[in-house]
Design a binder for this molecule. Structure first.
Ligand code: ATP
Ligand code: PRP
Length: 232
């Protein structure tokens, strides 16, 4: 008989999410020890806090196992096909801003745009006998973006973390990853292609379109939305 609210279990998104709800008189906190993934909610009855990996929240929303969830728009668009049919965006939270971009080595002086990348990819294949490799964890978004922009002669290699390091490690020629300050790209001698902004992401509160609710839970959701100033 509760509304389940999924929130990232650690790091920048968790703390800023707690602050965002706290500013609206809904107190979220992690209970128990630092390592225990249990949480509590104050200021409203009938809402349960579920601490999850940011990357798992899209799937939990789509499966209807949580009613509400906070995660990045990038993760929802990457992990859920036809995401709008599965979740509704209730509020952009104004933090966790990051751009999904494509970057190549800074020393590739002739490659500054997607057209340049396309030409470089063809030349790379002719020279090396295999396709230019882009390391990413955003397979769906990058594939769609490059298809729409006419870049074909490449392959994606999976990288679930420390993606910018793959170029130095010679497992990829370029990367498609999230950046905010640009420090990680610069430190790894990579430059962003001028016209390769795949997506602008920020932390967002989503509602599951598939989670079932009884009348009491529907009333709780309404009360919560009023507290959060989301009622239109
Ligand atoms: N440097 C950054 N600045 C701002 N937001 C970022 C940055 N890097 C990632 N993010 C955002 O934070 C969210 C969570 O990303 P992260 O990669 O930490 O999730 P995750 O892979 O689920 O983490 P984990 O599985 O380790 O809990 C994403 O929506 C992403 O866009
Ligand atoms: O532009 P910047 O401010 O330098 O931030 C970009 C970095 O932040 C994210 O990594 P994260 O810290 O989440 O670690 P990860 O490599 O394990 O994904 C992202 O994958 C970049 O590596």
């Amino acid at each position: 008989m509760t509304i389940k609210l999924g929130v990232p279990s650690k790091g920048r998104l968790m703390e800023k999410t707690f602050d965002w709800f706290g500013a609206r008189d809904v107190g979220l906190s992690r209970s128990g020890s630092d390592r225990e993934y249990a949480g509590s909610v104050e200021g409203i009855d009938g809402v349960e806090l579920v601490l999850l990996s940011a990357g798992e929240i899209p799937r939990e929303l789509a499966a209807g196992r949580i009613h509400l969830g906070v995660t990045g728009t990038d993760l929802v668009r990457e992990k859920l096909g036809q995401w709008e049919q599965q979740v509704e965006e209730l509020a952009l939270l104004g933090f966790g801003q990051a751009d999904l971009i494509i970057a190549v080595p800074s020393c590739w002086v002739d490659v500054d745009t997607l057209d340049d990348l396309d030409a470089a990819a063809s030349a790379f294949r002719a020279q090396h006998g295999f396709r230019l490799r882009l390391a990413t964890k955003y397979h769906r978004l990058v594939r769609e973006f490059l298809r729409d922009n006419g870049v074909a002669d490449y392959q994606l290699v999976d990288s679930q973390g420390a993606t910018e390091g793959t170029v130095k490690n010679l497992t990829a020629e370029g990367v498609a990853d999230i950046t905010s300050t640009g420090d990680t790209l610069r430190a790894n001698h990579l430059k962003i292609l001028g016209d390769a902004l795949v997506l602008q992401s920020q932390a967002t509160l989503f509602r599951s379109r598939t989670a079932s609710m009884n009348d009491a839970e529907r009333a709780t959701l309404k009360t919560l939305k009023t507290k959060l100033r989301l009622e239109r």
